[in-house]
Design a protein around this ligand. Structure first.
Ligand code: DX5
Ligand code: ZN
Length: 224
């Protein structure tokens, strides 16, 4: 339960000050930088593509955790790996070939993740659980930052952690959407290993201090 990773989501940053925002993340206790790629087809919003991801990777000293909210992810994963992604999560709802794509990501040496929408059950991952490095549980409907956390995700996290433990798997569980200091501890207790935090970090008065507060939670978790 200790040693969880905090991944601020750059989607909530002020893009007019993108470099400063990345420098803030560099100088903070954040572990990864979460990068949301949206295509306007899989989700009703468009964010940014390879050019910006590659630019961000040049100034960011933390590993880029790329979340692909796009259709036909198999067409694009290699280009995002070339941009410097250290972990890639694609949506299980966006492909019929998740098993194949996971193994492709592993061969490429990145953390292989699958993201699932709130409507998708934990059980729908059971046949590929052994293959995965990470599961990203969406705790909001993907497409936008700043949404309200869907509390059902806590139960889903517990269920997935129990299943992974029962199979003795070293599976990372990432929670994405509506995560803040108010629910982080419950999520860690439920079995989360990676917390994505967009608005709660970038829209806070002192993002570096907010990140430090998140990371201080891991100390409490040693007692669990
Ligand atoms: C939602 C994105 C999330 C989002 C999180 O589609 O995948 O990563 O940036 O933002 P907050 O923390 O503001 O909900
Ligand atoms: Zn995301």
């Amino acid at each position: 339960m200790s040693n969880f990773r905090l991944a601020p989501s750059i989607l909530a940053a002020d893009f007019g000050r993108l470099n400063e925002e990345i420098q803030m993340v560099n100088s903070s206790k954040a572990d990864w930088l979460h990068v949301d790629v949206m295509d306007g087809v899989f989700v009703p919003n468009i964010s940014f593509g390879q050019m910006l991801v590659s630019t961000m990777n040049k100034s960011c000293t933390k590993p880029l955790d790329v979340h692909l909210m796009i259709v036909e992810p198999e067409k694009y994963v290699d280009s995002f790996i070339d941009c410097g992604a250290k972990s890639i999560s694609f949506h299980i709802e966006a492909t019929n070939h998740a098993h194949k794509l996971i193994h492709h990501l592993k061969e490429k040496g990145v953390i292989a993740g699958v993201a699932i929408n709130p409507q998708t059950t934990a059980e729908s991952l059971y046949d590929i659980l052994e293959d995965l490095d990470m599961v990203c549980l969406m705790s909001v409907n993907p497409g936008f930052g700043g949404q309200k956390f869907i509390y059902r995700t806590l139960e889903k996290t517990r269920k997935l952690r129990a299943e992974a433990n029962a199979r003795n798997l070293d599976l990372l569980i990432e929670i994405d959407g509506g995560v803040g200091l108010h629910n982080a501890e419950s999520l860690l207790k439920a079995g989360a290993d990676v917390l994505v935090a967009g608005s709660s970090v970038f829209k806070s008065e002192d993002p570096i201090a907010t990140i430090a507060k998140f990371k201080a939670l891991e100390i409490n978790n040693f007692d669990l």
